[in-house]
Design a protein around this ligand. Structure first.
Ligand code: GAP
Length: 511
C-alpha cells in the first residue's frame, strides 16, 4: 500500500475510533458519501466555524452574517444558472461500469506529468548539489520543457472543450491521452454526458413541475436574494460583505475520499459587494487574507498553494482555488471567485425587482460586483485532522498517537483526572471541572491508569491534562501536562483558568 494511502486510512479509522466521524446510518451499512459528526467531531467542526465567523464577521466592521433557508423559490436556480448549467461531464468505462468525471481524469493525467517533472528536478538536485538552480533548470532542461508544453497543450484542449461544451472533444482527448480505467485497466470509454448535480424534491402534497424545488447546491444564492434587505436594514455602504455558514447538497457522481466529497456538506461563504471595476483589487485582497487565515493554524505553509481556474464557472471573470496537501495529494479546499454582477442581474431579470445600490456619493444606482470566498467546513475539518494526526517515537522506545490540533480548535481543552477513584480525589477533581467548564469545554475521566488516560486524551487532541492527587487535597495544587511536550508542572488550581485560556484563545490565531 502506498504510504499516503496508508496515512489516509489511518485518518479515517482514527476519526471513527475516537468519536470524530461515523458513516451515516451505519447500522444499515451506511449511506454512500454521507457522514455524521460524533461527540469530538462536532466540537472540532464548531470550533472551525467559530474561527471562520470570527475572522469574517466579528473582526470585519463591514461584514455581517445571515442564516437563509435551505429551500428557496425555484426561480432562484433558474436565475443562477444551476438548472441549466450546474453539470459535471461524466464518462463511463464499459468494462468496469465505473463512472468518472471526464475533467478529473484529465487533471489526474496532468498531475502524473507534473510528477515526472518533479522527479527530474529531484534527480538533478542530487547530481548538482548546492550549485543546482531550479528556476534555470525548469527554463532550460529539454525534458522539462517538453513536458511543460505537453501540459499546456492538454490544458488548452480541455479548457476549449469544457468552456464550449464540446463533449466529443473531451472524450477524444481522454482517448488520445491513452487514459485507462483504474479498475478495469481498459480504454473502453462511453461518450461524455452532462449530469445535473442538484437534488430535486416537491413542496407540499401536489406533485408536478409547479411544486418542484431544490435542495440548495450552494449557500451563496441565499445571500444574493437578501442582499438589498441587509444593505438597507444594516445601512451598509459598499464595499460590504455578507457571511453565511450552512448546509449545501450536490448529487455528486464520484463521491469518495471520505468527507472530502459528500452529497450533503457544509459551506462557509462570504459575498463581498463592491464597486464594478474594483474586482481585481479585491480578488488579490481576499486571496491574501484567506491564505493568511489558513496559515495561521500552523499546519505547514508548504501544504497550501493557489490553483487558478482554466475553466471559469458560468458566473466568474477570475477564480482561484486554495489547494491543500491532503493525504491523497493537493486538492481544492477553498474557492475565491470574482462573480461580477452576474447573479444580481440575473435575479433582477427573473424576479422583476430592482436590486440596485444607491451610491450616496455619486448619486448613482448601480448593480454591485461580487467577490466571493467559499470554503467547505468538511474539507477544512479533513485538512486539520489529517495534518494533526501523528505517530511519535518516544525516548523510552514506546510510541504514542497524538492529535496535535491547533489548541483553539481542540474539542476538549482540558481533562481533569483524579489519580485514584477514592479518598475524596474524584470530588476534588469534579470541583475543578465545575470551575473550568464555565470557561472551556472540559471533561472528567477516572477510568484506567493515568498513563492510559493521558494517551486517550492525546489521541483526541486535548491540550492539557490535569492530574489530581493526594497532595492536591492539602495544597490546592495540581499537575498540568502539556499534550505536545508531555512536560508536567505543578500549578495552583486558582491559576488554571488563565493558563488554559492563554493557550486555547482564538485570539492566538490572529496575532
Ligand atoms: N458558491 C461557490 C461554490 O459553491 P464551489 O467551488 O463549488 O463554489 C466551494 O464550492 C467549496 O465548497 C469547495 O471549495 C469545497 O471546499 C466545498 N465543496 C464543494 N463541493 C463539495 C462536496 N461535494 N463535499 C464537500 N465539500 C464540497
Amino acid at each position: 500500500m502506498a504510504a499516503n494511502e496508508d496515512a489516509f486510512k489511518k485518518v479515517v479509522s482514527h476519526a471513527k475510533e475516537f468519536g470524530f466521524v461515523f458513516p451515516s446510518s451505519e447500522i444499515y451499512d451506511g449511506l454512500s458519501a454521507t457522514y455524521d459528526y460524533a461527540q469530538n467531531g462536532v466540537e472540532l467542526k464548531n470550533n472551525i466555524k467559530k474561527y471562520w465567523w470570527m475572522s469574517m464577521v466579528q473582526l470585519h466592521e463591514e461584514i455581517v452574517g445571515l442564516d437563509a433557508a435551505i429551500f428557496m423559490h425555484p426561480k432562484t436556480w433558474k436565475a443562477s444558472g444551476h438548472v441549466d448549467a450546474f453539470n459535471d461531464p461524466m464518462i463511463d468505462n464499459k468494462d468496469s461500469n465505473k463512472r468518472y468525471r471526464a475533467d478529473v481524469l484529465i487533471e489526474e493525467h496532468i498531475a502524473k506529468i507534473e510528477g515526472k517533472i518533479n522527479k527530474d528536478i529531484t534527480k538533478a538536485k542530487k547530481r548538482f548539489g548546492d550549485a543546482f538552480n531550479e528556476e534555470e533548470f525548469r527554463a532550460t532542461n529539454g525534458n522539462v520543457l517538453r513536458r511543460l508544453k505537453e501540459i499546456s497543450d492538454i490544458e488548452t484542449k480541455m479548457g476549449d472543450a469544457l468552456n464550449n461544451d464540446k463533449l466529443d472533444d473531451l472524450q477524444q482527448l481522454i482517448i488520445d491521452l491513452g487514459i485507462t480505467c483504474a479498475v478495469s485497466g481498459s480504454k473502453n470509454w462511453t461518450e461524455v454526458k452532462q449530469f445535473n448535480l442538484m437534488f430535486g424534491t416537491e413542496l407540499g402534497a401536489v406533485s408536478g413541475d409547479a411544486s418542484k424545488i431544490y435542495l440548495r447546491p450552494e449557500t451563496a444564492q441565499g445571500i444574493f436574494v437578501n442582499y438589498l434587505n441587509v444593505q438597507k436594514t444594516g445601512r451598509m455602504k459598499i464595499p460590504f460583505g455578507i457571511a453565511q455558514i450552512g448546509k449545501a447538497f450536490r448529487n455528486e457522481i464520484v463521491a469518495r475520499q471520505f468527507i472530502f466529497r459528500m452529497r450533503e456538506f457544509e459551506q462557509m461563504e462570504m459575498q463581498f459587494f463592491i464597486e464594478p471595476g474594483t474586482q481585481m483589487k479585491w480578488f488579490e485582497y481576499w486571496k491574501e487574507t484567506r491564505i493568511k487565515w489558513h496559515k495561521a493554524l500552523g499546519l505547514g505553509d508548504e501544504n497550501y498553494r493557489f490553483h487558478d481556474h482554466i475553466q471559469l464557472a458560468h458566473y466568474a471573470d477570475a477564480a482561484t482555488d486554495i489547494e491543500f496537501n491532503f493525504p491523497f495529494g493537493f486538492k481544492e479546499l477553498e474557492g475565491i471567485h470574482s462573480r461580477t454582477d452576474f447573479d444580481l442581474k440575473q435575479h433582477e431579470e427573473f424576479s422583476g425587482k430592482k436590486l440596485r445600490y444607491f451610491d450616496p456619493e455619486t448619486k448613482e444606482n448601480i448593480v454591485p460586483y461580487v467577490l466571493e470566498t467559499s470554503i467547505g467546513v468538511d474539507r477544512m475539518f479533513l485538512a486539520v485532522l489529517s495534518k494533526s494526526l501523528k505517530e511519535e517515537q518516544l525516548e523510552d522506545g514506546t510510541e504514542r498517537t497524538v492529535l496535535s490540533l491547533p489548541a483553539p480548535l481542540a474539542p476538549i481543552k482540558a481533562a481533569i483526572l483524579p489519580l485514584v477513584r477514592k479518598d475524596g480525589l474524584p470530588e476534588k477533581a469534579r470541583e475543578i471541572l465545575k470551575l473550568l467548564q464555565m470557561e472551556h469545554n472540559c471533561m472528567y475521566e477516572e477510568k484506567d491508569s493515568i498513563g492510559k488516560r493521558y494517551r486517550r486524551q492525546d489521541a483526541i487532541g486535548t491540550p492539557y491534562c490535569i492530574a489530581v492527587d493526594y497532595e492536591t487535597l492539602d495544597d490546592n495544587m495540581v499537575t498540568i501536562r502539556d499534550r505536545d511536550t508531555m512536560k508536567q508542572e505543578r500549578v495552583a488550581i486558582s491559576d488554571l483558568v488563565s493558563i488554559i485560556g492563554k493557550k486555547v484563545s482564538m485570539s492566538n490565531l490572529f496575532q
